[in-house]
Design a protein around this ligand. Structure first.
Ligand code: HEC
Length: 178
């Protein structure tokens, strides 16, 4: 009899414990941020987007008042579309600057679930990013970054280290929690 009561007691305790959190479904959700840190662990893209990259420590503001009207209009699309999952600081301060690089990254963002950006908008945003990068990041050759921009990127890496206590290695390493 005593054993029976103990068994019931244990079962109830077990149920309470499960209710308090680690029931299988809930456990998976609670662990998502940690899972997202591993490259192929299947955390959602929105969770992944919250993992800090060095580029997230840059300035949020950009004065576009001297840009051509068409580029200023494209900036609005950029602001609307590229803040759905992460802050605008990320694309504004990322090291990518050439036409080809931006093509790759805009396409990559388009493929993410929840992006839902039309091709027309993607092209406008690409135009904005290319123009802006030419003004702020690149030399006249359209390929090499300026010394000032390189120094700013180094500063962002230092800010990343200060904020996270970790040496900045690469986006992949940061996303993998290293
Ligand atoms: C649906 C969510 C989502 C939207 C919308 C989105 N991003 Fe992202 N972005 C992410 C995630 C997740 C990451 C980190 C994983 C990765 O790099 O693929 C990221 C990373 C980035 C990075 C850093 C990549 C690296 O490796 O350094 C840049 C730059 C970027 N996004 C630019 C943009 C631009 C530009 C737009 C708008 C056209 C945009 N994002 C819209 C989810 C999104």
């Amino acid at each position: 009899m005593k054993t029976w009561r103990m068994a019931v007691g244990l079962a109830v305790a077990g149920m309470l414990w499960m209710g308090a959190g680690p029931a299988p479904a809930r456990k998976a959700r609670a662990e998502e941020p940690a899972k997202a840190a591993a490259p192929a662990a299947g955390g959602s893209e929105k969770d992944k987007a919250k993992i800090k990259l060095a580029w997230d420590f840059g300035d949020r503001k950009l004065d576009v008042s001297k840009y051509p009207a068409e580029i200023q209009a494209a900036y609005k699309d950029f602001e609307n579309q590229c803040t759905k999952c992460h802050d605008l600081t990320r694309p504004l301060n990322a090291p990518y600057a050439t036409r080809e690089e931006w093509q790759r990254y805009v396409k990559r963002m388009m493929s993410k679930p929840g992006c839902e950006m039309t091709m027309e908008k993607a092209k406008r945003i690409h135009k904005f990013l290319t123009h802006d990068s030419q003004v702020r990041k690149l030399k006249a050759d359209g390929q090499t970054v300026t010394k000032e921009w390189q120094a700013y990127l180094d500063e962002l890496k230092a800010r990343y280290k200060k904020a996270t206590g970790k040496e900045w290695k690469s986006p992949a390493a940061a996303l993998a929690g290293q």
